[in-house]
Each structure stands twice: as structure tokens, then as C-alpha cells.
Design a protein around this ligand. Structure first.
Ligand code: ADP
Ligand code: MN
Length: 330
């Protein structure tokens, strides 16, 4: 349990709506959510235990009115798109007191490098109004959502204490977070890629710095892990009759290359057989989890969710290509 008045704005959201919070220790995130998202996590706990390893640990729900929390209302502002339209940088905080409490996937990392891949060519569910369907269909048609079944929704990479300036061609897509030493890639970044070029976004993610030997080795290990996890996730969802619109695969790895090496040492001397290790708060090298089930439901009798699976398979293909290439460079 924790004190709601001590909740803080969550600094490691890579995409999505404003209003995600975190507790003092950073162990959990508290996110305004739909009743459907709670129902999905409850159903996983009750009857889809094979999904549990691939989702953040579900810790329950919380009713949180703005009076309960000392958290200032954050509004991340707007950006102007290529065609001159002004758009919100993040979705407006959803107007609800219902919150979900989840394991913070970025906890255990010193400098988490985060990639949010939004799955599906169809991004709306049956409850959506025609206007919303049309808007999301247009974004899908113009991005890799349509061609590959996923797009890069957001990204955050550690660049070192001396954050380099953003080059001219990226200024519309990247903000510097000087305090954290990070580049923060906005939602328009992933929208610019065509199918052939989207691997450049993955390269930007796994190689945020120079390709020195330690960085190459880390990339190879992290890519191999990511690919294995995505394959496992595909295998599980091929057996499910789920429908998930706008769900994401969230990738995280240790962005500080020295910390990455240190963590490898620590994990080598820890004993996986020890059940206690779990409670020792061991640092992490990498994590992959499915998130964002605001529009996820079960459709018994309708077969697997090919809309989401297509994006997962495209992702696995790109990870495989990049892994093969990296193995030759190490
Ligand atoms: P929405 O897109 O509907 O606002 P998400 O569930 O996608 O909601 O959350 C928004 C962002 O918050 C994600 O892109 C991710 O970076 C971050 N996030 C969400 N859940 C977690 C979690 N359990 N651990 C760490 N980060 C999370
Ligand atoms: Mn999301």
C-alpha cells in the first residue's frame, strides 16, 4: 500500500495520455484507465495465466479523485504537424477517477531506454464513433500501422550526462531531457517511417550512441532477448481469442552501458534457484511486456487476433534482421 498524496507524475511514459503517476519508490505506476482495462487484467488473473508473464504485474484498482492527490495536473502541450495541424503531444488525461495499479516495468533500470510499439492496422473498437474510426484509419493508412500492423508510438533513449544537441532533421520529433540525459521521441517520429525505413527507428533505439564494442555486444544481447520475448508473446496470443485495439509492446533495456555491464556481473552472482532473489530488487538488463488494454476484450469463437498478431510478426522480423546484422558487426 502507498500514500496517494505522495504520488508523483510518472517521468518515464514513452507515449499515450497525460496523467500516468508513480509512487515514491517507483515500483508501481498508477494510470487513469477504462473499466475495460481493469476487466481485462482481472480476466487474465482469473483464467489466462499463460499471459501473466507477458504483462506488468496487476496490483489492483484505485479510485483517485484530483482532491486525493497532490499531483499537479500535467499537460504536455502541443506540436505542429507536417501539414500545419496543431495536435496534442499526448492524449488529454482521461477524465476518470478509476485508476489501475501496475508494476512499473521501467523500475530496476538506472537509465531505461524505452520503446512503445502500438499494434494493429485497425486501431478502433466497435464502440468508437464514425469520426474516431475515420481519424484513426487515416493515421493507419499513412503510417506503418497500415503496412506492417504496428508503428513506433514513442521512444526515450539515454544519451549520456552531456546530452547531444538534436540535429536539424530531428528537431520536430525529439526533445532533450537534459536532467535525465535523454532524448524523448514524440508520437510524430514513428509516423514518418515507411515500411522499408522503420528499422532505422529500431537502430536509433538500440544504438543511441556510438557503435563501440560494448554497445554492439549490448545491442546483440538485447535484440536476441527482445526477439525471444516477442516470439513467446506471439505463441501465446495465437492460442487466444482476444481483440486488442491500440495495445502496445513495451521494450525496455538498460541505457547506461556501464550500468549494463555491472548488472550482468550482479546477475551472474545471484542464484536464480533462490526464490528470495525476486525480492532482492535485482537490477534488470531488459524487459518486454504487453501494455495498454483500454480496448481489449475476449471474443470466444472468433479465432486469434490477426490484427495484433500481424504487428507482432512484423516486429519479430525486423528484430531478427537487425540481430543478424549486429552479429556480423560485433
Ligand atoms: P494510454 O496510451 O492509453 O495513455 P498506456 O497504457 O499505453 O496508456 O500508457 C502510456 C505510457 O505509459 C506507455 O507508453 C508507457 O511508456 C507507460 N506505461 C504504461 N504502463 C506502464 C507500466 N506498467 N510500466 C512502465 N511504463 C508504463
Ligand atoms: Mn498506449
Amino acid at each position: 500500500t502507498f500514500d496517494p498524496s505522495k504520488l508523483q507524475s510518472f517521468g518515464n511514459a514513452a507515449a499515450g495520455h497525460d496523467g500516468v503517476l508513480s509512487d515514491e519508490t517507483g515500483a508501481v505506476v498508477v494510470k487513469p484507465c477504462t473499466a475495460a482495462e481493469i476487466a481485462f487484467y482481472e480476466s487474465v488473473a482469473a483464467s489466462h495465466s499463460d499471459l501473466i508473464p507477458h504483462l506488468p504485474t496487476y496490483m489492483g484498482q484505485l479510485t483517485l479523485s484530483s482532491k486525493d492527490s497532490a499531483v499537479p495536473e500535467v499537460d504536455s502541450g502541443t506540436i505542429t504537424t507536417e501539414d500545419g495541424k496543431v495536435e496534442r503531444l499526448h492524449g488529454k488525461k482521461i477524465a476518470t477517477e478509476l485508476h489501475i495499479v501496475l508494476e512499473n516495468i521501467t523500475s530496476g533500470f538506472k537509465k531505461p531506454n524505452i520503446l512503445d510499439l502500438k499494434l494493429g492496422a485497425q486501431l478502433w473498437d466497435e464502440a468508437s464513433k464514425p469520426e474516431k474510426r475515420a481519424r484513426l484509419d487515416e493515421v493507419s493508412a499513412q503510417t506503418t500501422s497500415g503496412s506492417l500492423g504496428f508503428r513506433i508510438a514513442g521512444m526515450r533513449t539515454y544519451k549520456g550526462a552531456e546530452v547531444p544537441d538534436v540535429p536539424e532533421d530531428l528537431t520536430k520529433f525529439v526533445e532533450q531531457d537534459k536532467e535525465a540525459g535523454c532524448w524523448v521521441f514524440n508520437k510524430m517520429y514513428g509516423r514518418k517511417f515507411h515500411a522499408q525505413g522503420v528499422s532505422d527507428g529500431f537502430v536509433e533505439y538500440v544504438f543511441p550512441g556510438a557503435k563501440t564494442q560494448p554497445e554492439l555486444e549490448r545491442a546483440r544481447e538485447v535484440l536476441a532477448f527482445f526477439l525471444g520475448e516477442v516470439k513467446d508473446i506471439i505463441e501465446v496470443f495465437e492460442k487466444k481469442e482476444s481483440r486488442m485495439y491500440g495495445a502496445s509492446i513495451l521494450f525496455v533495456y538498460e541505457g547506461d552501458v556501464e550500468e549494463y555491464a555491472k548488472t550482468k556481473q550482479i546477475l551472474r552472482s545471484a542464484h536464480p534457484e533462490d526464490e528470495d532473489d525476486d525480492e532482492l530488487n535485482l537490477p534488470k538488463l531488459a524487459a518486454v511486456k504487453m501494455i495498454d488494454f483500454a480496448h481489449a476484450t475476449w471474443h470466444k469463437g472468433d479465432g486469434p487476433d490477426e490484427n495484433a498478431l500481424r504487428g507482432m510478426r512484423s516486429t519479430a522480423g525486423i528484430l531478427k534482421q537487425l540481430l543478424d546484422k549486429t552479429e556480423k558487426e560485433v
